[in-house]
Design a binder for this molecule. Sequence first.
Ligand SMILES: Cc1ncc(COP(=O)(O)O)c(C=O)c1O
Length: 416
Amino acid sequence: MTDEEVEEVKEALLSGWITTGPRTKELENRMADFCGTQRFVCLNSATACMEMTYRLLGIGEGDEVITTAYTYTATSSAICHVGAKPVMVDILGDRVYEEKRYIGHSPYEPDYDAIDEAFTERTKAIAPVDIAGVMCDYERLTEIAVSHADEFTPSENRIQKAINRAVILADSAHGLGASRCGKMSGQAADFTSFSFHAVKNLTTGEGGGVTWKKIDGIDDEDIYHDYMILSLHGQSKDALEKTEIGSWEYDILYPGYKCNMTDIQAAVGLAQLRRYPDLLKRRRELISLYDEGINRINELLEADAAAKKALPVTSLAHYTGDSTSSGHLYLIRLGSLTHEERSKVIVRMAERDVATNVHYKPLPLLTAYKKMGFKMEDYPRAYQYYENEITLPLHTLLTDDDVAYVLDVLTDAIRG
Ligand SMILES: Cc1ncc(COP(=O)(O)O)c(C=O)c1O
């Protein structure tokens, strides 16, 4: 946070308008410009954006949504919130090194063949996740959805009817500003959700946004309007519209939800978005420092018998041929360390004030999903990639010296 955010928030607070209003609308317009899309909706979280999108699409009870086991619960919770069934697939994992067709793909992308196989006549959507800000292969996902179009029976929902195949709803909570094959995150999937949660690249404290590709036969303004009604009690006019002269009257079309963004949040977002190109640039610099450092660690520890099991240290590639990530998370994996050994490295690093994290504990390891019948053994690559993963600190207040310190501490922890 800088004085820019502070000034914007101060102006919002003193403007006489603190809930959804002119600043939220401005942020939506600027986000659409940034993503290269026509329309953008800001709500109070990415989770709400995903849930409202399923509702907009009329997806619910009796429907299935194919998603990945390697994500944060929000991806799957939103599916459960609307009463649909999450169907999880494994990740690509080491297949990206073993199969030529996956060169340049991230191992954390979903296993596209498994998605293809998971299709049933109840599949209404696919929810891939752009882990760490690296975009999935949306061309492949669209091909898969199109190839199953003849099994797809739309409900009465007009958007389902217009798309007439499973909808691709990207969880790009991490991916604002990423691109792949010349398309920005937001332009590649049918619908794309972003998170502006406190730890995300661009934050509004809490918040999220959703954008979509043009759908033949559907007016973007109608979709925008539907999101507004869904996210504000089913009310036919929002607070700003009601302030227009003679416009006090409103209707409630159905008992809707309440997940709008406030203008205070939008004020933070507006300042963050102005700074965002510089923030993305700094992330890229930090990632390149980490990448060089990881190479050095592998060389340095090559002959060190005590370190053998933790080698090689590998890191997720963020900037490859046709893919530019948003540089959200720096994921590394430590050779063939077990879960317990990985935890020791985390503790040793924490003892020297380096806070690391693990992204992610696959969903089938969590109580909620175990209770639904998901079993970790059905997702061996997700487990393999989770077991020895550590996420190093990555944020724009890190100095080059901080990165060097993190790498030193990591080296010592591995030696230990
Ligand atoms: C992959 C992923 N999806 C969705 C979310 C949910 O975002 P929000 O907290 O804005 O609802 C997160 C947040 O951490 C996330 O990491």
